[in-house]
Design a protein around this ligand. Structure first.
Ligand code: FAD
Length: 372
């Protein structure tokens, strides 16, 4: 018997989870495919929310729109899934003498006071933290428990008969003028939310991915007693019960999911500059951040085949930006709005005429569309 849904989604990491919830909210039917054997960036990520770009001391891209949407979405998901997921909190940025001057100067010049305390050297004392010249405080920071979001959403989708925990096979997909079909399912559209595996998707070979590998460790540190996230050469993020996540490394070669001794040593060496307390190692994880060449998300429908869409590129500030772009894409897909932010629009990869684009030249797109 054929099953008909409005949308097939491929991938149930942060991107697929957020898009599915937005489409449900708009009373659309959804079937999500998720490969249980494939690794997920969302199960590695710390889930930190930072509305500021420290290097330039500016607001993070689109933060004034993205932050309220983020809070709304995660609260809605907490209600729906009956789980605590979103932990608003503060982040302390350690500053050098010049850093403190820069912080104060830019706080006003760049209008970031909504998110940070313009003053440095506030009333923060923790005898276990190594002395620093000064520190600045981001008041609107925090974290999302991504692991809990993914597992609770997976249960919810399973109860709704909206999740198939199997690998999606491109060979079985057929794209027609008026629908897409896959095995026993027909749908209006299919949206790929595959995270870092998207660079192997035959339909998106001309997108410019620039993924990075990241490693993170989890430590038990008795007596540290920090509620704030620390940002120095590494972040130290409280995760409850004297556990802290410390990360993350960035590398662009050897893009695999294997943990390395060198990353662990790098993280521990940077951690030791923050406190002399001796930690107990709990775990180490490695993952790949799904990132585009310009570090912006990529959303929208394929300019040459509007029955296929994509929601990806959340590797940079994904927890903060994901809800904003999930809402935008869902509104676009259901026809409420025709706006997609031009800097995130998939169309930016299709500036040249279809016949001259890189993918078509390589014949990759053509083979992807054989069943069109
Ligand atoms: C070390 C590290 C630290 C990070 N820290 C932060 C942070 O502090 N804050 C932040 O905002 N972001 C952080 N990120 C980025 C964050 O991971 C991403 O924003 C986000 O999790 C990406 O979600 P996604 O859904 O795009 O990809 P993923 O979580 O990888 O999900 C993709 C899903 O697609 C599925 N899939 C792929 N192909 C198929 C197929 N053919 N069939 C079926 N299923 C398929 C996979 O199984 C997977 O479940 C971090 C990332 C890393 C690696």
């Amino acid at each position: 018997m054929t099953m008909n849904v409005d949308f097939i989604l491929v991938g149930q990491g942060l991107a697929g989870t957020l898009l599915a919830s937005e489409l449900f909210r708009q009373n659309k039917t959804v079937l999500v495919f998720d490969d249980p054997a494939a690794p997920k960036a969302s199960l590695v990520a710390a889930g930190i929310i930072n509305p500021v770009v420290f290097r330039r001391m500016t607001k993070s891209w689109l933060v004034d729109d993205a932050f309220p949407q983020m809070e709304k979405t995660y609260h809605q998901l907490e209600d729906l899934l009956e789980e605590e997921l979103y932990y608003p909190g503060r982040m302390l940025k350690f500053l050098s003498e010049e850093g403190a001057v820069f912080w104060k100067k830019k706080a006003f010049a760049n209008q970031i006071e909504t998110y940070i305390d313009a003053e440095t050297n506030l009333n923060f004392r923790n005898s276990n933290i190594t002395n620093h010249y000064s520190f600045g405080c981001v008041n609107k920071s925090g974290r999302l428990d991504l692991q809990k979001l993914i597992s609770a959403s997976s249960e919810f989708l399973t109860q709704q008969n909206s999740l198939r925990k199997v690998k999606f096979d491109f060979e079985e997909l057929s794209i027609k003028a008026d629908l897409v079909s896959y095995e026993d399912i027909t749908a209006e559209k299919i949206i790929f939310c595959e995270g870092p595996s998207a660079d192997r998707n035959p339909y998106f070979q001309n997108l410019k991915f620039k993924h990075s590998k990241g490693e993170i460790i989890e430590l038990k540190i008795l007596e540290l007693n920090m509620n704030e996230i620390i940002s120095d050469e590494v972040f130290v993020m409280p995760a409850g019960n004297d556990r802290y996540k410390v990360g993350a490394t960035y590398t662009w070669d050897a893009l695999n999911w294997e943990t390395t001794d060198s990353a662990r040593e790098e993280l521990l060496a940077k951690f030791k500059k923050i406190t002399q307390l001796i930690p107990e190692m709990i775990s180490q994880k490695a993952g790949i951040r799904p990132t585009m060449h310009d570090r912006k998300p990529v959303i929208g429908v394929h300019p040459e085949c509007p029955r296929i869409g994509i929601f990806n590129g959340l590797g940079s500030k994904g927890v903060l930006l994901g809800p904003y772009f999930a809402r935008q894409l869902a509104d676009y897909l259901v026809g409420i709005s025709d706006f997609i932010h031009p800097e995130a629009d998939i169309k930016r990869y299709f500036k040249s005429s279809p016949s001259s684009d890189q993918g078509a030249k390589k014949g990759i797109l053509r083979s992807g569309f054989e069943k069109l």
